[in-house]
Design a protein around this ligand. Structure first.
Ligand code: SF4
Length: 403
């Protein structure tokens, strides 16, 4: 029997300790390969257990150590004393007439976040949340209107992928893969929850977990530039950036983080991240929510062409989905087509996102969840920035020292 009297700490490869003791079990669902390996080292087990555990948890959906039949009885007992596998809880499921599913997922604070599955032929895209609410308050986003409560843990983020697989395939190894793509575009700004979001992205791509290709896992950011710098070397997840305007005056209004990191600085950060990826053919996805009379004119389309001239990208136009008190309107179909046409003729790959799950409020920008115990947005916002800026400065210093 293993007993511990105090918390055990050992830095993992990313410098973050796995902390646990007999009274404070570690949730293995949220541990990436390096962190799980550290955990096994700490409890005196061989590193090859890492692959076994990852497969049991993420590929077979097993949460009870007793069912892990290729582990010794003694190890199963040890694990059940020190660890747990606890996914978040689904409290409701809605299925749209178009097949889109939306789950309300309860996290430990009692708040709800939303996860959406969008089937499209062979493709199944899962849109996951990374925070309870959001600090950034983009003017057209219903999540932003909810305020902010807290970051999700990695177990709560990857747990959404786990729950979707359980719901869609029951982890049946014979079943066709249901979730083929994961996008972090649900509630929250993933890069303001850096460690947990990057861990969840890396787990989605781990061959012993969900095994998705790097082109099929996308992290979407509104432009937290220091965190984009910090991503370099830590992940090769695909990047999407919510631009929504081609000049600073309008973007300051729509995406307030632009006041801190204006468009030129953002485009530079995109370039640096894309240049860091070994496959030079990869491009960033530029998200552009099109709003009637706000950013949908011919002139604004031409301005976008101009501003993106040196950025290898594809452009995803998202016709705005109105929600109560949003104050913005959906663009007409004719306007949307015209905007797309101008970009297309300038040589860009342009897609227009079809609205899915509208009847269950699962469309883009409609995710609201339920945020309990709201704290002051600005306080959180400032704190997050100073932490991330500090981290980014350390990374820059480290990289400079290596050169
Ligand atoms: S668009 Fe994204 S970053 Fe902006 S408020 Fe909404 S969830 Fe936050």
């Amino acid at each position: 029997m293993v007993t511990t009297t105090s918390s055990t700490k050992l830095p993992n490869t990313a410098g973050r300790p796995v902390v646990f003791d007999a009274d404070n079990k570690v949730n293995l669902l949220g541990l990436t390969r390096p962190r799980l390996r550290d955990f096994f080292q700490q409890i005196g087990e061989k590193p090859f257990r890492t692959d076994q555990l990852l497969k049991w948890i993420h590929q077979r959906g097993v949460t009870n150590f007793d069912d892990m039949t290729d582990l010794s009885k003694a190890l199963r007992v040890k694990l059940s004393q020190l660890a747990e596998i606890t996914p978040p809880e689904v409290v409701s499921e809605h299925i749209s007439t178009d097949g889109t599913r939306k789950w309300a997922v309860k996290v430990t604070s009692g708040s709800l976040v939303e996860t959406v599955f969008i089937p499209d032929g062979e493709r199944g895209t899962l849109c996951i949340s990374s925070q309870v609410g959001c600090t950034l308050d983009c003017s057209f986003c219903s999540t932003g209107k909810q305020g902010f409560q807290r970051d999700l843990t990695c177990a709560e983020i990857i747990g959404q992928v786990w729950l979707a697989n359980r719901s869609l395939t029951k982890f049946d190894p014979q079943a066709r893969r249901a979730v083929t793509n994961v996008v972090m575009m649900g509630m929250g700004e993933p890069l303001l929850n850096f460690d947990n979001a990057i861990d969840a992205a890396n787990l989605s791509m781990d061959d012993c977990a969900y095994g998705l290709s790097k082109r099929r896992v996308t992290l979407s950011t509104s432009g937290v530039v220091p965190a984009m710098k910090k991503m370099i070397g830590m992940t090769d997840v695909s990047l999407a950036v919510s631009l929504h305007a081609a000049n600073n005056e309008l973007r300051n209004e729509l995406v307030p983080i632009n006041k801190k990191y204006p468009i030129a600085v953002l485009l530079e950060a995109i370039k640096n991240y894309m240049d860091s990826l070994p496959d030079r053919r990869r491009v960033v996805t530029i998200e552009y929510t099109l709003m009637d009379g706000v950013n949908d004119s011919d002139e604004q389309a031409r301005e976008l062409v101009d501003v993106l001239r040196d950025t290898p990208c594809k452009i995803n136009i998202i016709p705005f989905n109105p929600f109560p008190q949003s104050g913005y309107k959906k663009p007409s179909r004719r306007r949307t087509e015209r905007f797309q046409d101008i970009l297309f003729k300038a040589g860009y790959i342009v897609t227009v996102r079809t609205t899915r799950g509208d009847d269950i409020d699962a469309a883009c920008g409609q995710l609201v969840g339920q945020v309990k115990d709201k704290t002051k947005r600005n306080e959180r916002y400032q704190q997050k920035y100073s932490e991330i800026n500090k981290d980014a400065e350390q990374v820059v210093r480290f990289v400079s020292a290596q050169q």
